[in-house]
Design a protein around this ligand. Structure first.
Ligand code: UDP
Length: 261
């Protein structure tokens, strides 16, 4: 039965990982519908969002736990130009990807207008707070109910749990880097005291200006990966997953074309 609420579009399987063909507006619409049902007490089920790029998909091929998390997440948004183009090969007609770094300000604006609380967890000490301060200045009324650097290590859980239980965020942003942030969210899903938990990778570093972001023209041309590689050459090994991703998608696509209809 249609409740009048927006529904998630059917996910597209990309090499064993379901990705939802959504843009920023669609993502915010789904989040609004979910956060709107919240009562005065935030306790209740937490929905997990993953920002899926080709590195996620290649990692999931040999990390079964991560694959399971991605298959169970409530929403997998298409971060990464490779994922966007693959969705469009399936006829999705998307014009933009959904990155954590660009979703956060949009989400902050929404939270400020609706009185929803945000918690910034992860990154090096002080970075989450710097990112949150920038947003709080930009969106008056935004309630940042907490920031904490922490880590996904078990020893940090009691403190993080207490902070979340005390502050009851509507939106929990987790910047521990993938796949650890996504595994961490999934393993604590019943106990996060948040309505939504989103793994956002290095987004706080970008927002706080700790790591420079690729200029707009490079982002528009799908070259953010190249900029990151030039600025942070130590990432070269993990970036090998990009050509591997392209080859595997092309192989699967060609096999699909050759298969009898
Ligand atoms: N990080 C953290 N705790 C950890 C490991 C990593 O807070 O135990 C943070 C790190 O400071 C950085 C982010 O996680 O802000 C990882 O950023 P990256 O760009 O590597 O994210 P990815 O692209 O791997 O998702």
């Amino acid at each position: 039965m249609n409740s009048g609420r927006p529904e998630r579009p059917a996910p597209i399987d990309i090499l064993g990982v379901p990705v939802h063909p959504v843009d920023y507006a669609g993502t915010l619409e789904l989040l609004t519908a979910w956060l709107d049902v919240v009562g005065p007490d935030v306790d209740g089920p937490t929905r997990q969002i993953c920002t899926v790029n080709p590195e996620f998909i290649i990692e999931a091929r040999h990390n079964s736990r991560f694959r399971q998390v991605l298959n169970e997440a409530w929403l997998n948004v298409p971060d990464g130009v490779g994922v966007l183009r693959t969705l469009n090969l399936h006829g999705c007609g998307l014009v933009e990807r959904v990155t954590g770094t660009d979703l956060i300000p949009r989400l902050a604006e929404l939270c400020a207008s609706r009185g929803w609380r945000m918690f910034f967890l992860g990154a090096a000490p002080g970075v989450a707070m710097a990112a949150a301060d920038i947003l709080a200045k930009r969106f008056p009324g935004l309630e940042v109910c907490g920031t904490w650097s922490g880590s996904p290590a078990d020893k940090d859980w009691p403190v993080i749990h207490r902070l979340l239980a005390d502050t009851q965020p509507h939106v929990l942003l987790v910047a521990f880097g993938h796949p650890r942030q996504d595994l961490w969210i999934h393993s604590h899903l019943g106990d996060l005291h948040s309505r939504v938990a989103i793994g956002v990778g290095g987004a706080f570093d970008f927002m706080a200006g700790k790591v420079p972001r690729a200029p707009g023209w490079m982002r528009d041309r799908g070259l953010e990966w190249l900029y990151r590689l030039l600025r942070q050459p130590a990432r070269w090994r993990r970036m090998l997953s990009l050509p591997v991703f392209v080859l595997l998608v092309a192989k699967e696509w060609l096999a699909g074309m050759a298969a009898p209809k």
